[in-house]
Design a protein around this ligand. Structure first.
Ligand code: FES
Ligand SMILES: [Fe+2]
Length: 379
């Protein structure tokens, strides 16, 4: 159903089969992901892990990304956490620390095997995989899929963050747990009303106890949003009594209680939470099947120097600590203690989770070929 505002309401099937979603334990590969802060990557080879793949980042005339494994004896170019980091003997090249094989950064081609002389017959016969890499919004973006990217990096960055007047701050932290649990936690309708009730962020705020949820696909076709109506703050629960109990210092309503602030999610696992005057974006970047990188991006849109300074101070001293550390650490706590696989018994608010899974199942670039082949076989 398409509403007058261009949003189309999502109808969630009661019985679902998440075959494709379940198979994406190490992430969706046909997408660009933020993997590092640009400022943190210099000439020294730096290791990152994305979708189960060990990758080394290095800056030369531009930024390069290669598989973090020398084809000779599998030594990681990054040193694998030891000081044995690959050297930079020649411009545009990387030299493996063990036996001196030299690789061209642009192509990954073996350009020389120093300890076998200038006429080494192995030269030109060995390659290291290279990865497409870009820099936007102060971060490094990497494409872990096979072959050339099917879309430019801008296609996988919310356009609000690319606006000329966007002031963007980001931080990143490693977390236990699968990226899908983290994304589902972000878009989960109900946990904030209980888990975050005793966080510092909620000390002086009244958090709703429950509400009615509506799910929409936004007009751009990318974001799945959940809206709120019929918001309740205190109710009688049969046989138990009144909940929650508010102390008299709870004077403000939590921003999540505002009907206009729809939380949204899009592929490959990006959350958007709008607040008055600014927004939070979160990426749940798949490292491997058991860990993910939690990338928080905060944005405000202004060209005023004074407003920028106020926003910097607000973000640095309040949001970064009170919200991003304490409140989001509660999320990390839950995601980290969930077992690798488990039976599920969903309740009404979990329609947000099943709608997200359905979005992945039906629109993920990785699955297009599979979905088409399955449909062809069925006909
Ligand atoms: S392991 Fe890299 S050159 Fe031998
Ligand atoms: Fe949360």
């Amino acid at each position: 159903m398409v509403g007058t505002d261009g949003r189309s309401e999502v109808r969630v099937p009661s019985i679902a089969n998440w075959k494709l979603y379940d198979s994406a334990a190490e992430g969706l590969r046909e997408y660009w992901y933020p993997v590092a802060q640009s400022a943190a990557i210099g000439r020294r080879p730096t290791h990152v892990k994305l979708c189960g793949q060990d990758i080394v980042l290095v800056r030369d005339s531009r930024l390069f990304a290669l598989e973090d494994r020398c084809p000779h004896r599998c030594v990681p170019f990054s040193g694998g956490g030891t000081p044995a980091v690959a050297k930079r003997d020649f411009a545009g090249h990387l030299t493996c620390r063990y036996h001196g094989w030299v690789f061209e950064l642009e192509s990954g081609r073996l350009a020389a095997a120093l300890t076998d002389g200038p006429d080494s017959p192995i030269v030109g016969k060995v390659h290291v995989r290279t990865y497409p890499v870009q820099e936007r919004c102060g971060m490094v973006w990497l494409w872990p899929g096979e072959g050339e990217p099917s879309v430019p990096v801008e296609a996988d960055i919310p356009e609000e963050l690319l606006a000329a007047d966007a002031r963007v701050y980001s931080r990143s932290s490693p977390r236990r747990g699968n990226w899908r649990y983290a994304t589902e936690n972000g878009f989960d309708e109900s946990h904030a009303k209980y888990l975050h009730r005793d966080s510092i962020w909620a000390w002086f705020r009244k958090i709703p106890s429950f509400n009615t949820m509506t799910l929409f696909i936004e007009p751009d076709g990318k974001w799945l949003s959940r809206g709120k109506s019929d918001i309740h703050f205190q109710q009688d629960y049969p046989g138990l009594g009144r909940w929650p109990h508010y102390h008299r210092l709870k004077v403000m309503k939590h921003p999540s209680s505002m009907k206009s602030s729809a939380t949204s999610v899009r592929l490959p696992g990006i959350l958007r939470v709008p607040y008055p005057g600014w927004s939070i974006f979160e990426w749940y970047v798949p490292v491997d099947a058991r860990t993910h990188q939690y990338v928080q991006v905060n944005a405000r849109w202004t060209n005023s120097l004074a407003a920028r300074l106020r926003w910097w101070a607000y973000y640095t001293f309040l949001i970064r600590n009170v919200q991003h550390r304490f409140l989001n650490n509660q999320d990390a706590w839950m995601i980290g203690i969930m077992p690798d696989s488990h039976p599920e018994r969903f309740f009404r608010p979990d329609a947000s989770i099943t709608a997200w899974r359905r979005l992945v199942e039906t629109t993920a670039r990785d699955f297009h070929g599979i979905v088409e082949a399955t449909a062809a076989m069925a006909n």
